[in-house]
Design a protein around this ligand. Sequence first.
Ligand code: PLP
Length: 377
Amino acid sequence: MAEFHSFQPPARLLLGPGPSPVPQRILDALARPTIGHLDPRFVAMMDETKALLRYAFRTDNALTLPVSAPGSAGMEAAFVNLIEPGDTVVVCQNGVFGGRMRENVVRVGATAVMVNDAFGTPVDLDKVESALRANPGAKALAFVHAETSTGVLSDAAALCALARAHGALSIVDSVTGLGGVSVEVDDWGADVIYSGSQKCLAAPPGLSPMSFGDAAVDVLKSRKTPVQSWFLDMNLIINYWQGSGARAYHHTAPINMLYALHEALVMLHEEGLEAAWARHRENHLRLVRGLDAIGLELLVEESARLPQLNAVSVPAGVDEAAVRRRLLEEHNIEIGAGLGELAGKIWRIGLMGAGSNPQNVDRVLGALGEILQRKAA
Ligand code: PLP
């Protein structure tokens, strides 16, 4: 019989597309004793978590909660709850994650009308307007606010306004946006938005904060067909997460992960949203200056760059995978590879959550510079 031992992860600096580094304070919260998921003290913490999520999303939406699974489940929850077989959804794709939205729409039995933009560019508002005009009955407009696969920020306020003007709901993916750049759910009039715990919120992966506006809740309540997913059916989940009286068991909540998310949100609240956005921006600018100094360029035009995810063009003749391997093996730094059509062409340097600080910027710049120089020598 083989011998098995406790797993001891190596000390990595996570500067990829997520997960981001988890501060010790959040890991400590995760390690606190597990209590019952219907314990009144736990329910009180759930209520605080909802209030903190409303703060982070800048919304008064009552139905604001973390789904008990990663960002992909938030995406799926948005589509299965709002879209029914036979509906039409305009889906914007300017990176890998728009393609996953399409997949969700199709699997619900609805029609996806695609608005495609080149990877590395933001969603084109004129094209979206034309698609909404050409499909007057479209139920929703779905788009990725912060495209992690390309490092692009799209104009969420304008896209939500377009959806509203055409009588469509807006479905917004801000898995990488929340906590790193301005997210204004109420000001935008976003109908449904979902995020992830492991990016700019700095908690471990496994939870998907979500918020549903009134129009979305009305659509949910007046569905003709039951939500195809029992686990993600918000009509049922509400009974566990909402109400002043007793909460009904739906599934056993990931109790310790919720401690971690709560702590992460307390930390975000202590820092202040605007301060967190400014920090992400300052460290991004420091990285851009340093990349320029070692002859590296960003893929995305300045006006559409995401501060928390920097897509760096791999110079001709450089083996991108070998550079990432050396960063990991020799410097204990993880950065990301390109996805989809950008595979082999970019590195993705994430400066997310607690990972966004000047020391980390200098460390990755120093290591990259050293590896590239060694290759050139
Ligand atoms: N949407 C975007 C924009 C993402 O970046 C990700 C993950 O990186 C997801 C959705 C899926 O989230 P998860 O990997 O947590 O399931």
